[in-house]
Design a protein around this ligand. Structure first.
Ligand code: SF4
Length: 376
């Protein structure tokens, strides 16, 4: 099964919390970038030869939809000419409100994109401004409605908790609004203060007030309640889906499965080797044109390191990590490997184990990061 990620490193502007590999103001590069991307896609397909049945294509960013729908359709159609798409393959694209319209969404849907992930973040205009988002709550609502009308029946909405000025009440309003628009999937991330971002500076300089621990706990409670009432099951730390709409592409990441990638800054993982491509889109285009490698960092993961990563990633999922799968894949017995550390976490009821899975308990869930740090 082949999973392919394509990175579009362009955005309209930079959000204040963003540390992704994305650049505003590079409109003149768009066409050349897509041409370069197509060359890299062709070379991946060439290496795979006939064994190139694609299970999932994920176009992420950045904001892929800053590209014209013509360029995006060309990219998807080109990928279809060099890869064999499995029947029912998941074809996802990330999009931002304000960069899509009815026509562009219809074109994407018609060319075979069957899952759209809309970066809404909040339905509160004040929170959106403080996060440096360029769209309004109304534009976000319209984008979701247009996606539905364009034939998308697998829609994700991203919302962010912990934004400046956010309260339990404003989170409830955003989440209720999101659910009312009929998505099949919700990605509910907590704001992270990444080094070098404006948001981290705002926090350091006390420019905004952020929800405190009590408020964040309230927000978590509201999330659990609203998602349960609306039949969204949590299947990963930040991801909730209606039955059958879990994102297959992301599940493969959490299973630490192989995946290919193309585009500036993208990372691939295949046969135990991780490769990261150069961040700069200009340099990416230049290197592809000169037939030079775009990979700037690579690492061959040892069996043990890959095993530990598989356990950590697997614990992000509600069902946990399959002990028989890791045993078969690495020849390592997870329970004995982690010895006393694991015994302690089990005794504290932060982890639980049954015949097949090792997973976080309800008590362990809010402490996921520190539990994983003990196992890494
Ligand atoms: S739209 Fe996404 S990728 Fe672009 S700047 Fe904002 S958070 Fe970053």
């Amino acid at each position: 099964m082949i999973y392919l990620y394509l990175h579009i490193p362009f955005c309209v502007s930079k959000c204040s919390y963003c540390s992704f590999n994305s650049y505003p103001g590079r409109e003149l590069l768009y066409k050349d970038y897509v041409d370069a991307l197509k060359k890299e896609i062709a070379s991946i397909a060439g290496v795979l030869g006939k064994n190139n049945r694609l299970t999932s294509l994920f176009i992420g960013g950045g904001t892929p939809t800053v590209l014209s729908s013509g360029l995006l359709v060309d990219l998807v159609q080109y990928t279809k000419t060099v890869f064999n798409f499995e029947c029912g393959a998941e074809v996802s694209i990330e999009a931002n409100p304000g960069t899509v319209n009815q026509e562009s969404l219809e074109e994407l849907s018609s060319c075979g994109v069957n899952r759209i992930s809309l970066g809404v973040q909040s339905f509160d205009d004040g929170e959106l401004v403080k996060a440096g988002r360029r769209h309004t709550a109304k534009e976000a609502e319209n984008a979701v409605r247009m996606a539905v009308e364009s034939g998308f029946s697998n829609i994700n909405i991203d919302l962010m908790s912990g934004l400046p000025g956010q309260t339990g009440a404003s989170w409830r309003k955003s989440l209720e609004k999101a659910v009312s628009l009929g998505p099949q999937h919700l990605s509910l991330y907590e704001l992270m203060f990444e080094p070098g971002t404006l948001m981290t500076r705002f926090k350091r300089e006390n420019k905004f007030s952020f929800p405190d621990e009590d408020e964040l706990e309230k927000i978590d409670g509201i999330t659990g309640q609203i998602c349960a009432e609306n039949e969204f099951s949590q299947y990963e730390i930040s991801n909730y889906a209606r039955f059958g709409f879990e994102c297959r592409h992301n599940i493969n990441y959490w299973l630490n499965g192989d995946y290919f990638a193309a585009g500036a800054g993208s990372v691939s993982y295949f046969n135990g080797r991780r490769e990261k491509r150069i961040d700069s889109p200009e340099e990416y285009i230049a290197r592809i044109r000169r037939n030079r490698t775009v990979v700037e960092e690579s690492e061959n993961l040892s069996r043990e390191k890959s095993f530990r990563e598989t356990v950590i990633m697997g614990l992000r999922m509600k069902r946990g990590v399959s002990l028989s799968v890791v045993r078969e894949r690495y020849g390592i017995e997870a329970l004995s490997y982690y010895g006393e550390t694991l015994k302690k976490l089990l005794a504290l009821e932060l982890l639980e184990v049954d015949k097949e899975y090792l997973r976080l308990t309800e008590k362990g869930w809010p402490l996921a990061n520190s539990i994983m740090a003990e196992l890494v």
